[in-house]
Design a protein around this ligand. Structure first.
Ligand code: SAM
Ligand code: SF4
Length: 326
C-alpha cells in the first residue's frame, strides 16, 4: 500500500524516537547541563512504541529508523528492536547512534534484526570531537564502527554536521573514508534550532562542500535508494561508499521529503521544523489501533509543504534536536 500526502509525496519512512536522554552533549543539539528529566511515565513504553510502529506499517510505512537522544542508552532497547524487526511488512529497520556504546552492543543489535546503522561522527580529530560533543571519546566511537562490521553490518553510514571554523577542514578526510573504508558519508548542514545570535557563522552550504570535494576528486551522481528522501548522493568513482549532502538550510529539498516523526513522549510531527505536533497519547494510553490509524493518516495528509529556514533566518520556535530525534 502506498501512503501519499496531499502534495503527492510518497511517505514511506518513520523516525521513531525512544528517548530524549543522551550520553553526549553535542553543542548544537543539547545544552551542556543536559535536559530536564521527564516525569515518570511521560516516556512512551515499548508497548506503546510498538503499537505506533505496527500501525504505521499497516498504513504504508516501510522503513523505521530508531533515534533519540541516544537510543542505545534506553534499557531494553535490543529486545524492542527485535520486536520491531518481526513486524510483517516492515522492510527496513535502521538505527541512528552516536556510537559510544556500539562496541558492546553491535553484535546484539545485528542479531535483533537491525539492518543498517548510521553513526554520527563530526570529527576524526580527538580534540575537535571532544569539543563538539563536550567530552566524547572518539576512540570509543571508532571501536564501535569496527565492532559493527565484525558483527556483520555493512559499513555504517557516517553523519557529519559540517560547521565552518569547527570541523570544515576535515571534509576531505571524511570523503576519503568512502574510498578507504567504504563507509557512506553524509554531510549535514548545520541547522539552527535555538535562537542563537550569529548562528549563520557555522553554515556551510552543501554546494560549497561539494566544491571542496570536487577540487580533489571527481564525483558522479548515484541513484537514490527507495528510502533516500531529500539527500543528494554522489560517489568518488571506484569508492564503495557514497557521499550525500543534506541541505536543510541552503537548498529546498522539501518536495522530496518522505518522512514523519514521533517523539519519545508521543508527539507526532509531519515536519521537523514545523511547530505543529499531534499528541498521540489519547490513542496509546488506552490502546486504540483504529483511532491511531486515522490520526497517523491525518499527520501524513497534513504534512506541511516546506519548512522555512534560510541563511536569512527562520520562523520555527526554539527546540532541542535530541527531543525530536533529528
Ligand atoms: N544520538 C544519536 C546521534 O547523535 O546519532 C541520534 C539522535 S541525533 C539528534 C540525530 C542526528 O541529528 C545526528 O546525526 C545529529 O548530528 C543531528 N543533529 C542534531 N542537532 C543538529 C543540528 N543543530 N543541525 C544538524 N544536525 C543536527
Ligand atoms: Fe546526543 Fe545525538 Fe544530540 Fe549528540 S546529536 S547530543 S549524540 S542526541
Amino acid at each position: 500500500m502506498q501512503l501519499t500526502d496531499s502534495l503527492g509525496r510518497q511517505i514511506n519512512y518513520l523516525r521513531l524516537s525512544v528517548t530524549d536522554r543522551c550520553n553526549m552533549r553535542c553543542f548544537y543539539c543539547m545544552p551542556a547541563e543536559g535536559i530536564v528529566k521527564k516525569q515518570h511515565g511521560a516516556l512512551l513504553s515499548y508497548e506503546e512504541l510498538l503499537l505506533i510502529a505496527e500501525t504505521a506499517v499497516a498504513i504504508g510505512i516501510e522503513k523505521i529508523r530508531i533515534t533519540g537522544g541516544e537510543p542505545l542508552v534506553r534499557r531494553g532497547i535490543v529486545g524492542f528492536l527485535a520486536m520491531l524487526a518481526a513486524i510483517p511488512g516492515l522492510r527496513h529497520l535502521a538505527l541512528t547512534t552516536n556510537g559510544l556504546l556500539l562496541a558492546e552492543m553491535a553484535a546484539d543489535l545485528y542479531k535483533a534484526g537491525v539492518q543498517r546503522l548510521n553513526v554520527s561522527l563530526d570529527s576524526l580529530q580527538p580534540q575537535t570531537f571532544s569539543t563538539i560533543t563536550r567530552g566524547g571519546d572518539l576512540q570509543r566511537v571508532l571501536a564501535g564502527l569496527a565492532a559493527a562490521e565484525r558483527a556483520g553490518f555493512p559499513p555504517p553510514k557516517i553523519n557529519v554536521v559540517i560547521m565552518r571554523g569547527i570541523n570544515d577542514a576535515e571534509v576531505i578526510d571524511f570523503a576519503e573514508m568512502t574510498r578507504a573504508h567504504g563507509n557512506p558519508v553524509r554531510f549535514i548542514e548545520y541547522m539552527p534550532v535555538v535562537k542563537e545570535k550569529g548562528w549563520q557563522r557555522y553554515c556551510i552550504s552543501g554546494d560549497e562542500i561539494l566544491q571542496r570535494i570536487t577540487a580533489h576528486y571527481p564525483l558522479e551522481p548515484v541513484d537514490k535508494g527507495p528510502y533516500a528522501g531529500p539527500s543528494r548522493d554522489f560517489r568518488i568513482p571506484g569508492a564503495r561508499g557514497s557521499i550525500g549532502i543534506i541541505t536543510a538550510v541552503s537548498g529546498h529539498f522539501c518536495s522530496e521529503c518522505n518522512r514523519i516523526r514521533v517523539t519519545s513522549t508521543g508527539q507526532a510531527k509531519g515536519c521537523l521544523f514545523s511547530d505543529a505536533k499531534t499528541d498521540l497519547l489519547p490513542w496509546l494510553r488506552t490502546p486504540d489501533r483504529k483511532g491511531l490509524t486515522e490520526v497517523l493518516k491525518s499527520i501524513v495528509s497534513g504534512k506541511p509543504e516546506r519548512h522555512d529556514i534560510s541563511p536569512d533566518g527562520y520562523t520555527h520556535k526554539n527546540f532541542k534536536m535530541s527531543q525530536i530525534g533529528g
